[in-house]
Design a protein around this ligand. Structure first.
Ligand SMILES: Nc1nc2c(c(=O)[nH]1)N[C@H]1C(S)=C(S)[C@@H](COP(=O)(O)O)O[C@H]1N2
Ligand SMILES: [Mo]
Length: 427
């Protein structure tokens, strides 16, 4: 597939080596004019020749209750794989190389199911809050929806996203298979704190257990402080009821926390003094360190960024002006800056951050890049508002080892070859 961006004729100032240009280029009208004349060099004649297409000569198609993407956008889909012997146990991945902006459409949100998607009847589904509370409460969906609701935009990232970069050799794959276990949506629902206040938290309670209603009985322990903070029982996803694959009729949203703690098909919250040590936090989701010890309860996803274009599968057409764009996010707050390099990390330039820049949401970054047609190694490096800087892959592996399996947030790199082919490389 061709890059959407075309070469631009102008030659603005370099901000870093190998053609990375000042991020403000895209804020100037000059850049837009340059792109315009590059797209249609002969626009005067083109206007005369503009054909009256068949779809202008006959009425269009009728309405449908639920809209579908253009049939010409058919490639914009998730890829997925199921565990052997199962149909719905595995993961599907978001095609970030074909998307833009910050929101993931519901039909393209990544999915991770430990035992497929349950077919939950909202009439019979219940949410129980019990344990160290003054009065246990049971909620129907209708009862839950009478509480005050709020919305927030948040990413969810599987702890196993980008785990292929722990491998010795760069997997010859693109953004979607490597980094596609990340999505961002607007979630609407009831603050968990509101429900816990209603149940009355016993002062001995320090943790909660969250349990799903699927056949895997997915359950995780979460510190009470998070539950009483920004945790939400989400009922809507990008404005419509949460999709069955993402937790219908209700899911736990823990902004910034590793995906698995965001329990889908939420049926039970138990307040406890200590973590419950469920199968999902002992057999999995611990990080094996170099010294043989494993870290447990690594909740927040560290700051990270990925270039979504150019990326493998999107061959560059011709030398000229391109946009390097991608996503940055942090489970610890807002993204403060993203730097981009086209020379394998020898020099860096600030990328433009597209508004809104929100805590625990993805941030879209953009950098103009003049590709001279020669080899280039493209990198991005995120810094969050705590000052944490995304580490190089080698730094991350030196600190943590390569057996951690989860939370890979090291710098990723794409190599552009002479001729424009883009491949996964290690810088
Ligand atoms: N009940 C339940 N909740 C679950 C899971 C599951 O299998 N069952 N998978 C978890 C994992 S590992 C991840 S990464 C996220 C994925 O959320 P999504 O499918 O909405 O993207 O859901 C989490 N919540
Ligand atoms: Mo996950």
């Amino acid at each position: 597939m061709r890059q959407k961006t075309r070469p631009m004729p102008s030659e603005p100032e370099q901000a870093a080596g190998n053609g990375v240009l000042d991020r403000r280029l895209f804020l100037t009208g000059g850049a837009a004019a340059a792109i315009g004349s590059a797209v249609l060099p002969d626009h005067a004649r083109a206007a005369e020749a503009l054909p009256v297409e068949p779809w202008m000569k006959t009425p269009g198609s009728p309405f449908a209750p639920y809209g579908q993407p253009s049939k010409y956008a058919g490639k914009v889909g998730r890829i997925f794989a199921s565990a052997p012997g199962t149909t719905g146990t595995g993961a599907s991945r978001t095609p970030h190389h074909l998307l833009d902006g910050m929101m993931t459409p519901n039909g393209l949100h990544f999915e991770r199911h430990h035992s497929g998607i349950p077919d939950i009847n909202p009439e019979t589904h219940r949410l129980l809050i019990h344990g160290l509370v003054k009065r246990p409460l049971t909620f129907t969906l209708d009862a839950l929806m009478r509480y005050p609701m709020e919305s927030r935009i948040a990413f969810i990232e599987c702890a196993g996203n980008s785990a292929l970069l722990y491998q010795k050799e760069p997997a010859q794959l693109g953004v979607q298979p490597i980094h596609g276990l990340l999505s961002c949506a607007e979630w609407t629902g009831v603050r968990l704190a509101t429900l816990l206040d209603d149940a009355g938290v016993d002062p001995r309670a320090q943790w909660i257990l969250a349990e799903g209603a699927d056949a895997s009985g997915m359950s995780r322990s979460v510190p009470l402080a998070k539950a009483m903070g920004d945790a939400m029982v989400a009922i809507y996803q990008n404005g419509e009821p949460v999709r069955p694959s993402n937790g219908y009729p209700m899911r736990l949203l823990l902004p910034g926390y590793e995906g698995n703690a965001n329990v889908k098909w939420l049926r039970r919250i138990k307040l406890t003094e200590a973590p419950t040590m469920t199968k999902d936090e002992t057999s999995k989701y611990t990080m094996l360190q170099n010294d043989g010890k494993a870290l447990q309860f690594c909740f927040a996803q560290e700051a990270k960024s990925v270039i979504t274009r150019p990326s493998p599968g999107l061959t560059m057409a011709a030398p000229g002006l391109y946009e390097i764009t991608g996503l940055a996010w942090s489970g610890y707050g807002k993204i403060a800056k993203v730097e981009v390099s086209a020379d394998g990390g020898a020099s860096w330039a600030l990328a433009a951050l597209q508004e809104p820049v929100l805590p625990m949401a993805v941030t879209r970054f953009r950098s103009p890049w003049r590709w001279d047609g020669g080899p280039a190694t493209l990198l991005s490096r995120a810094t969050d508002e705590t000052g944490y800087v995304q580490p190089s892959r080698s730094r991350l592996i030196a600190d943590r080892g390569a057996r951690a399996a989860y939370h890979f947030n090291g710098i990723a790199s794409w190599g552009v070859a002479q001729g424009g082919e883009v491949r996964h490389v290690y810088a």
